[in-house]
Design a protein. Structure first.
Lengths: 500, 277
């Protein structure tokens, strides 16, 4: 008997024109791991929220069909009644924290279940060990890093001993190492406890080798496929799959381990040196720039120049000072130390793009922008900006703020974007660079940075410790290497550039 | 040391009542001193930074009253015939605005002190299951004061980034996006409470709340202060009738002084969560 069953699920949000979910029938057996993928706005979050009844109980709208979890019909049972059976981890952990400190947060769900103190204590201790957060147990949540918060969010859901865990893009805001840590926690739960897991994730390369099924959702329609069949057909997939398809490997490897055996047959060629970078004129010059918050230094002694025509990726773990550096250059913070000189119009797009969108329609948001900026948004012009998906809002925010800037400062612009939109963003940025603009982009997305940037800066503890072309900086790094580089080394970064 | 959050809540309610009922400037000054004394041991707590917001809020009614009121015999200066602000600015108008401003300052200060001492977890735990909806709203309101400030700052910055006005004059244009942002956050937060089983059955307590003798002492003193405030007729202050305040009664003074009880043992709540990420 399946743990989760969806039968003819059809759902339309209030006042929406079309359905968000359109006739979905599928099932999850106990212990299975499901990867949910799909373009931005395709209905991933809506589908996940059906599993614990938040859709339709919290959202309203027209719901048809049936979702059962552990035999309970979500139309009859409220989300709070399903809370003990489905552990739900939201995309933004901050949205789900109710209390101030970690241990109280872990206990919150257990208190809601009315458990005895002794049982609660036992479960909390076990969960702390399983998720590896003993060092955090007495910390205030406000003092945790993004990765730590996500692990606490998982632990809080897990402590309730749910039959299944549902995670909505749990690594979207995390640096590569923190994302790896969080996914390792999930995979350990799967291996040790046989936890049934449904996970929406854009960074499929880390999790693809471990999933039993892949659900691909597009325009509200779902395809439930075996992993190899799903990745062969396209969508978000690991770079090794792209390489395997080019090389004609069969069966298709889903992870590095499977691919290594086949990769030995590839020619031991060395990629060409990258073209000389930095030919454009200087648009911004930073001289020993520094900034400290009352509790910690954020940027220390950073000296660099940004030139027209450059697309520079700024990488580093969460809290390394990337956002502060962007804000200093963008003028929303004043440098406390050092000097900064920039020319032309500087535009900064923060991580939370929602704050940038005030107007009633996308048309109003784009009023006054040139035709070429408006063109990609024709289909959305009458829509309310905050009704767009996270990825769509991000694109719109970039367009309204950075449309005509000479120096674009983008903070995590690929967060929540699907591969197609990421590719479009790459084209847009390259076009702007070719027309003489410069870009400095804080990102955790190694694969996208390798594909988009012609220069990479690595930051740690407020300092820039590596600066150079992607092939130099992203090669042979334990944390910031692309999957193809981890597979082949020798300076290769992307599947399409490897000679077959 | 106060251990039970209920003691702080009763103190807070009594403090707020005093702030709004006693408009005699002498009593208001005394109450400010009392609240400062109670809050002083917790001055390093981030919540106490909200005092600054209280000070900013306190200035607004003074400016409004002084600029718009044309009554009063004690003239500070006279502006020529400028629309709205032209005419005689009086000390009476300033005093009237200051009385409202101090009440606002005290409101923020009392809430800051509560926020520094009471965990929202403990307050949510105090509510019975039958008040599930109330509890949700209560938890939301506790979480939302700081989030609203952060959202407002983010919106101001966003306007600046889009080359739009970002000063106080732009505030009306921010109201709708701010309300929408808060509404979205409130919905997310409510969903989180639901998804984690809040209100599904009778709650148990992981950390049972303990009582101390001092808690009872604080509750007794605060309730006495509250009763004195509510039962005794308040001493009104109308600067337009008499700029000099009357001397407060002994009972009024006592009702304010009783609110200083928490300062008698003002050790801050143990906080082992000071490490920074």
């Amino acid at each position: 008997m399946p743990l989760i069953a969806l039968e003819g699920v059809r759902y339309r949000y209030p006042e929406a024109d079309g359905p968000a979910l359109d006739g979905i029938t599928t099932a999850v057996e106990p212990g299975q791991v499901i990867l949910l993928r799909g373009p931005s706005g395709s209905g991933k979050s809506t589908l996940l929220r059906c599993l614990n009844g938040l859709v339709p109980h919290s959202t309203g709208g027209d719901f048809a069909g049936r979702v059962t979890v552990c035999g309970l019909d979500t139309r009859v049972h409220l989300p709070r009644e399903l809370g003990a059976r489905i552990g739900f981890v939201f995309q933004h952990p901050d949205a789900q924290f109710v209390l101030e400190d970690v241990e109280a947060e872990l206990a919150f769900g257990l208190e809601n279940l009315g458990l005895d103190r002794g049982v609660m204590r036992k479960r909390i201790e076990e969960t702390i060990d399983q998720v590896g957060i003993n060092a955090l147990r007495h910390r205030r949540i406000a003092t945790l890093s993004g990765g730590e918060r996500q692990r606490v969010a998982i632990a809080a859901a897990l402590a309730m001993h749910p039959a299944a865990l549902v995670l909505d893009e749990p690594t979207s805001q995390l640096d590569p190492q923190a994302a790896e840590d969080v996914l390792q926690v999930v995979l350990r739960l799967v291996a040790d406890l046989g936890m049934t897991t449904v996970i929406a994730e854009h960074r499929v390369e880390r999790i693809a080798p471990f999933v039993d099924r892949i659900w691909t959702i597009d325009a509200g329609r779902l395809q439930d496929q075996a992993p190899r069949e799903a990745v062969a057909k396209g969508g978000a997939r690991p770079p090794v799959v792209d390489l395997a398809l080019r090389a004609g490997w069969s069966p298709i490897p889903l992870g590095l381990r499977d691919a290594r055996v086949r990769a030995q047959s590839l020619a031991a060629a060395i990629p060409d040196n990258p073209p000389a970078d930095g030919a454009g004129t200087v648009i911004a010059r930073l001289d020993r720039l520094g900034y400290s918050y009352p509790s910690a230094r954020a940027v220390e002694d950073v000296s660099l120049t940004l030139r027209r025509g450059q697309v520079t990726a700024l990488m580093g773990r969460n809290g390394s000072g990337k956002t502060t550096l962007l804000r200093l250059i963008g003028g929303t913070l004043r440098p406390q130390r050092g000097r900064l000189h920039s020319e032309g119009r500087v535009a900064y797009v923060p991580q939370d793009a929602d704050a940038l969108l005030f107007a009633a329609t996308v048309r109003d948001e784009l009023r006054g922008q040139p035709e070429d900026v408006i063109a990609p948004f024709q289909a959305w012009l009458p829509r309310y900006p905050r009704d767009l998906s996270a990825g769509e809002r991000q694109q719109l925010a970039i367009a309204v703020v950075a449309g005509q800037a000479d120096l674009l400062l983008l903070d995590e612009p690929t967060r929540g974007l699907d591969p197609v939109v990421k590719k479009a963003l790459t084209s847009f940025l390259r076009l702007r660079a070719a027309s003489g603009a410069a870009m400095l982009i804080a990102t955790h997305d190694v694969e996208w940075a390798a594909r988009t940037a012609n220069r990479v800066l690595l930051m740690a503890d407020g300092e820039v410790y590596a600066d150079g072309p992607p092939r130099t900086v992203l090669s042979d790094s334990l944390v910031f290497a692309t999957q193809i580089n981890k597979l082949l080394g020798r300076g290769w970064l992307l599947p399409e550039e490897v000679p077959i | 040391m106060i251990r039970h959050p209920l003691a702080w809540c009763v103190w807070g309610i009594a403090g707020l009542c005093a702030a709004f009922i006693d408009r005699n400037p002498l009593l208001q000054v005394l109450l400010v001193l009392v609240v400062i004394n109670v809050g002083l041991p917790h001055r390093r707590n981030p919540a106490m930074r909200h005092w600054k917001i209280g000070l900013a809020l306190a200035v607004v009614p003074i400016l409004f009253s002084a600029a718009l009121s044309r009554f009063g015999r004690h003239v500070i200066f006279t502006l020529p015939g400028i629309p709205i602000v032209g005419g005689a600015w009086s000390w009476e108008a300033v005093a009237y605005g200051a009385s409202t401003g101090v009440a606002l300052l005290l409101t923020v200060a009392v809430f800051a002190t509560l926020q520094a001492n009471v965990r929202s977890a403990d307050l949510v735990a105090l509510l019975p299951r039958s008040l599930y909806r109330t509890g949700t709203v209560f938890a939301l309101s506790l979480a939302f004061a700081p989030k609203t400030i952060a959202s407002f700052q983010a919106l101001l910055e966003a306007r600046r980034l889009r080359g739009q006005r970002a000063g106080w004059r732009s505030a009306p244009g921010l109201v709708v996006p701010l309300l929408l942002t808060m509404l979205e956050q409130a919905l997310q937060y409510g969903e989180s409470l639901d998804a984690r089983g809040y209100g599904s059955r009778r709650r148990s307590h992981y950390r049972p709340l303990g009582w101390s003798l001092f808690d009872g002492f604080v509750i007794g003193a605060s309730l006495t202060s509250l009763i004195l405030d509510l039962v005794l007729s308040p001493q009104p202050y109308n600067p337009y009738l008499d700029l000099a305040p009357s001397l407060p009664s002994a009972a009024s003074l006592l009702s304010i002084l009783l609110l200083a009880t928490p300062a008698l043992r003002g050790t801050p709540r143990m906080d082992h969560a000071t490490n920074r990420a």
